[in-house]
Design a protein around this ligand. Structure first.
Ligand code: UGA
Length: 434
């Protein structure tokens, strides 16, 4: 059997846990560390704290092979590994900048433990951090608290992740590329060795280039979406289906068909936060990033277009029952962070509507924000007696809905954000960009 690496992963959000399970799948021994004891207990019991397709099965398989364990003891995790991935959150601060406090704390703690540890240990930053963070925050902390020389006594890399929620494990195991920002060749060589069986091109570069590749990638994808939405908003006025238009664009290899789905705009824990952080960083450097600002503006406005259309069709929303199908920020996740559903439901409630919501996975999370709306067991149930229906998330099960399911509506007004419904099964609905 080939000898695997001993890895520790600090932070067990969807990125950390996917990375852990993914590396265990590739035959490495993984220790997942988190300060949240509940999460640790769950993982050790073979349960995943987040819903992510394939992750549960992957975790259980890795546990069976004794390749993965979880702990809340950072010292244990570092001492028993040779490479540590930092995958703690970098949330958005009120001013749009990126909150580095977890990264700061964890790099100090790792430094303290490295002081006593023998052997060459590599610390790889996988958390999304604004360019210069590793050089200015992580390395100085590691150096100060370990009393050792960066590069010589321990290695440092930046290894950004490009994992989409909903397909994170698949993205991890079949990456388009691996980016390794390295402090020195020795650190980069070790990380390259760890990744050599993934069959993806490996780009070796400097620490801050790797950090920037992550921000530029997310900003570019966000730009494509706002672009598609802008064209979509024009198409709507012209009676054109933007999806047909984007199909025509996507066939051009230089453009590619991906991330051109128009709709209610992008949500989630990454795009809005990362674009804002890059805007903030640019401004602190004395540059005004006009394009990125416009990308965000279009995105902020986009969810309200479905309300505009609803008002146009229904007149006053006050006292009307609105079925909302889909709450997650995208299909195949229970995550509602920055989901457009939050804006849409808030606006509906503000206008005095009664909301009947359904989502296959995200109700538990949404209920924490909106305890007082009606949650339904199925789409069919949500539609009963409603005056209009808004489809916000493209869950595959919505494609199965038929005219019959909508027949119990009081008034038949059906509007969707993207393309969730199947026109061969349902008649008489419209989208905000077609
Ligand atoms: C995104 C990136 O796709 C990952 O590569 C990256 O690693 C991750 O952020 C991160 O930084 O951690 P994620 O936020 O999970 O992943 O989800 P996406 O599939 O990228 O979707 C983001 C949002 O854009 C969703 O609200 C989705 O509905 C929307 N979207 C996506 C569109 O409106 N149109 C599209 O064509 C594609």
């Amino acid at each position: 059997m080939k000898k695997g690496f001993n890895l520790s992963i600090i932070g067990t959000g969807y990125v950390g846990l996917t990375t852990g399970v993914g590396f265990a799948y590739a035959g490495h021994r993984v220790i997942c560390m988190d300060i949240d004891k509940e999460k640790v207990a769950k993982i050790n019991a073979g349960e995943t704290p987040v819903y992510e397709p394939g992750l549960l099965e992957g975790l259980r398989d890795a546990k069976k092979k004794n390749l993965i364990e979880a702990t809340d003891d950072l010292e244990y995790a570092i001492t028993n590994s040779d490479i540590t991935f930092i995958t703690v959150p970098t949330p958005e601060k009120k001013d749009g900048s990126c909150d580095l406090s977890f990264v700061e704390q964890v790099s100090k703690d790792i430094g303290r433990i490295l002081r006593e540890k023998e052997g060459y240990h590599v610390v790889a930053v996988k958390s999304t951090v604004i360019p210069e963070t590793t050089e200015r925050v992580v390395i100085p902390n590691l150096e100060e608290y370990s009393g050792k020389i960066p590069g010589e006594d321990f290695g440092v890399c930046v290894n950004p992740e490009f994992l989409r929620e909903g397909s994170a494990l698949r993205d991890f195991l079949k990456p388009d590329r691996i980016v390794i920002g390295e402090l020195n060749t020795r650190s980069g060589d070790i990380l390259e060795m760890l990744h050599r069986d993934f069959g993806a091109p490996i780009l070796r570069t400097s620490l801050k280039v790797a950090e920037m590749i992550k921000y530029a990638s997310n900003s570019f994808l966000a730009t494509k979406i706002s672009f598609a939405n802008e064209i979509g908003n024009i198409c709507k006025r012209l009676g054109i289906d933007v999806y047909e238009v984007m199909k025509g664009l996507g066939l051009d290899k230089r453009i590619s068909p991906h991330f051109l789905r128009a709709g209610l705009g992008f949500g989630g824990s990454c795009f809005p936060k990362d674009v804002n952080a890059l805007i903030h960083k640019a401004e602190t450097l004395g540059y005004e990033p006009r394009l990125l600002k416009e990308v965000m503006k279009i995105n902020q406005r986009q969810p309200y277009r479905i309300i505009d259309l609803l008002r146009k069709r229904l007149g006053s929303i006050k006292g009307r029952e609105i079925a909302v199908l889909g709450l997650a920020f995208k299909p195949d996740t229970d995550d509602i962070r920055e989901a457009v559903s939050i804006k849409v439901v808030s606006e509906l409630l503000k206008s005095g509507a009664e909301v009947r919501a359904y989502d296959p996975k995200a109700v538990f999370n949404f209920r924490k924000l909106f305890p007082n709306i009606t949650y339904c067991e199925s789409a069919r149930d949500a539609l009963k007696g409603s005056d209009a229906c808004l489809v916000l998330t493209e869950w595959p099960e919505f494609r199965e809905l038929t005219d019959e399911d909508f027949s119990s509506m009081r008034e038949r007004i059906i509007i969707e954000g993207g393309k969730a419904l199947n026109p061969n099964r349902v008649k008489g609905f419209e989208g905000i960009c077609w």
